[in-house]
Ligand binder design. Structure first.
Ligand code: TYD
Length: 132
């Protein structure tokens, strides 16, 4: 899988920490959309989709959660539990997010506006597309 974790430089001083996200510096695409998931209820698992053509960077800015990534051949689980790391997602990858801590704020940057037609929400269709 081409997904990878990106470490962000912290601009820290005696007052605390700051991270800046900038296109091409530490975000490898043109940012068109930012959304965040929070107040996720206990035991919820969400996602359950892949994208035809979308780059994303997922950052858990508070709390923690896990990502299951599946390329149709193998699966990987990533734990996001610090605001200094981003999980870069691209290509045909099925994703599920789970184990959200009550305080989790999961922020996601994307290179395209929300477009339901870009979603593959059926796992069998996803596998067929991987193998086509
Ligand atoms: P959904 O795709 O179910 O979230 P996830 O896959 O992360 O579990 O999205 C929940 C709702 O929010 C759904 O009605 C679509 C809407 N939505 C937007 O309007 N814009 C967006 O950028 C996203 C990601 C979702």
């Amino acid at each position: 899988m081409k997904n990878k974790l990106i470490n962000f430089d912290i601009k820290g001083d005696a007052r605390g920490s700051l991270i800046a996200l900038e296109k091409e510096h530490n975000v490898p695409f043109d940012i068109k959309r930012v959304y965040y998931i929070f107040d996720t209820k206990d035991g919820v698992r969400r996602g359950y989709h892949a994208h035809n053509n979308l780059q994303q960077l997922a950052i858990c800015v508070k709390g923690s959660c896990k990502f299951l990534l599946d390329d149709g051949i193998s699966q990987e689980i990533y734990t996001l539990d610090k605001p200094t790391i981003g999980l870069y997602l691209e290509g045909l990858i099925w994703r599920e997010m789970f184990d959200f801590s009550p305080d989790c704020v999961l922020m996601i940057l994307a290179d395209a506006y929300y477009d339901e037609t870009d979603y593959i929400r059926d796992y069998q269709s996803f596998l067929e597309q991987v193998n086509s």
